[in-house]
Design a protein around this ligand. Structure first.
Ligand code: SME
Length: 146
């Protein structure tokens, strides 16, 4: 799937949907094979709470303290994290045995961190700068709907 076409389609989904988070994670799961599990976490106080997700299995990490794991690190710094090999990052909180790499993209409005997009891949080193730019644009769109 071409990233620019996907951005147009996601923009359309966001403008029409009544369940924006659910529909965006579903779209990403259905159109990007290397995105094995997609979740959107929302900041609530000192924690990240799992909002919507799409993938084969539920995660036990539905509440992650800010500062813990890859997710909590990205929520603390406001910076995208790309982890090519999750098993060599000591911060990694394991969800699925099949996961090899991960990207976490904060959702921000005026420098305030509202939440994040978290994607696990069963492929080694799955995420490049195209994924980063693509997902950061989606995060900007979602910031108006959280
Ligand atoms: N791996 C994440 C936890 C969330 S699961 O990937 C769904 C982390 O290290 O924060």
């Amino acid at each position: 799937m071409d990233y620019d076409i996907a951005l147009d389609e996601i923009s359309g989904i966001i403008s029409k949907s009544k369940n924006v988070l659910e529909d965006v994670v579903g779209y990403l799961y259905n159109n990007f094979g290397k995105y094995s599990w997609i979740g959107i976490y929302i900041v609530e106080g000192d924690n990240l709470i799992l909002g919507s997700w799409s993938g084969e299995q539920a995660t036990e990490h539905t509440r992650i303290p800010i500062g813990k794991g890859i997710c909590g690190s990205a929520a603390k710094t406001g910076k995208t994290e790309i982890i090519p090999d999750v098993n060599s990052d000591p911060r990694y909180l394991s969800c699925f045995i099949s996961t090899k790499s991960e990207i976490v993209v904060p959702i921000k409005k005026d420098d305030k961190i509202l939440g994040e997009i978290d994607i696990d891949s069963d492929v080694n080193d799955a995420f490049n700068s195209d994924d980063r730019q693509f997902l950061e644009k989606i995060a900007d769109m979602l910031s108006l709907h959280i």
